[in-house]
Design a protein around this ligand. Structure first.
Ligand SMILES: O=C(O)CCC(=O)C(=O)O
Ligand SMILES: [Fe+2]
Length: 208
């Protein structure tokens, strides 16, 4: 099974911290998924408040998941969209591939991100909201233009590094990654459309 461990993190993180698996859906199915998600989802560009001023995010997104998997993100509450059948199928492929690799994981929600071109991006952050628990496992599927996800150590333990995310790949961000690193999808010139799906487990509160 093709996969690549990201070597320069293994000294500093527990196993399996950051692993990329290639060929998740198969080339054709992945290209069909890119087109369908692009067309069929209700992509949104919410405004977030930053230092008291509203800014449109430099990408589009959709939150999807179980009805009770509510999420708080940059000061706003998001109610998830119901599972799109194709996204539910991709989730099955992700959990199956992880299970083959000996990683048992379950996901009740996903943030889908759509970057129209290389100018669209996501700034530095860790996915460390309290709803994700103390040591979340996040699985990120990439479709479309290959871009690097850049990582930097929160306390400068080592140098920043890129993990390239080709079409139809799956990046597992495992134990310690959110606690010890931040990541960003920085702008790059001359790049086409990309959609990512970052699957998560949200610890839920009872529906009121
Ligand atoms: O688009 C990506 O690969 C990164 C997305 C990300 O960091 C996130 O959804 O939290
Ligand atoms: Fe993230």
């Amino acid at each position: 099974m093709p996969h690549a461990t990201v070597r320069n993190t293994t000294r500093l993180l527990e196993s399996p911290p950051l692993v990329r698996y290639d060929g998740l859906l198969g080339e054709t199915a992945a290209s069909v998924a890119l087109e369908r998600l692009d067309r069929e989802l209700a992509w949104q560009r919410p405004q977030l408040r930053l230092y008291g001023k509203l800014h449109s995010i430099p990408r589009q997104q959709v939150w999807m998941g179980d009805a009770n998997a509510r999420y708080r993100y940059s000061g706003s509450d998001f109610d998830p969209e119901p599972w799109h059948p194709l996204v539910a199928e991709i989730r099955e492929s992700v959990t199956a591939r992880l299970a083959e690799a000996g990683v048992s994981a379950a996901f009740n929600s996903v943030l889908l991100n759509r970057y129209a071109d290389g100018e669209e991006r996501m700034g530095w952050h860790s996915d460390d909201e309290s709803e994700l628990g103390s040591d979340p496992l996040i699985a990120a599927v990439s479709l479309g233009a290959e871009r690097p996800l850049r990582f930097r150590w929160r306390h400068g333990e080592d140098t920043p590094f890129n993990v390239w995310l080709p079409h139809d790949s799956l990046l597992l961000m495992g134990s310690g990654v959110q606690r010890r690193l931040q990541h960003a999808l920085l702008p790059r010139k001359r790049l086409g459309r990309r959609i990512s799906l970052t699957f998560r487990w949200i610890h839920t509160a009872p529906l009121s």
